[in-house]
Design a protein. Structure first.
Length: 163
């Protein structure tokens, strides 16, 4: 809290006025990360450029949020059961906004004939799961994880279509 107060150019007492505990500060930061993520997903959709490009931009926005930020935030809450539960609740409450943006991009791609018919909701959750798992278990840079997930989702793993 001392370091944060110094970085914010305020006294520690002032910081505690806004955030009564470290846990409250942590949850507020986590909520802000999720809010900004939803804004970036909406901006990616608004930018246009076709469903494939929209989905690539969304995956590029998801990767650092699910990787770096969530990993760092998880390190903060280690050993603090109440914070971990508040974080899970917060993510569950906001996840529908994240998946809704992905689902819409996938559904738009299906309607445009750019993507084959798939279950958009399931695919949206799979994208989140792939990014989360790779970010937590791999030491690859976020850009590499994002490109790999986008490539796998958009192109599959077959070398050539089977007849």
């Amino acid at each position: 809290m001392d370091e944060l107060a110094r970085a914010a150019a305020m006294g520690k007492a002032t910081l505690y006025r806004y955030f009564p505990s470290k846990e409250d500060l942590y949850v507020a930061v986590f909520a802000l990360v999720l809010e900004r993520l939803v804004q970036r997903l909406e901006a990616a959709a608004a930018e246009g450029g076709g469903p494939t490009n929209v989905l690539r931009r969304m995956i590029a926005a998801l990767t650092p949020a699910l990787g770096e930020h969530f990993r760092d935030l998880r390190a903060i809450d280690d050993g603090i059961v109440q914070v971990a539960e508040r974080k899970r609740r917060l993510f569950r409450d906001r996840r529908h906004l994240i998946t809704a943006n992905l689902e819409e991009a996938i559904a738009t791609g299906i309607a445009a004939g750019e993507f084959r018919p798939v279950r958009a909701a399931a695919c949206a959750n799979m994208i989140i799961g792939m990014i989360w798992t790779c970010s937590v278990t791999m030491s690859e840079p976020e850009e590499v994880i994002g490109r790999t997930v986008a490539d796998l989702f958009l192109n599959g793993t077959l070398a050539a279509p089977r007849v």
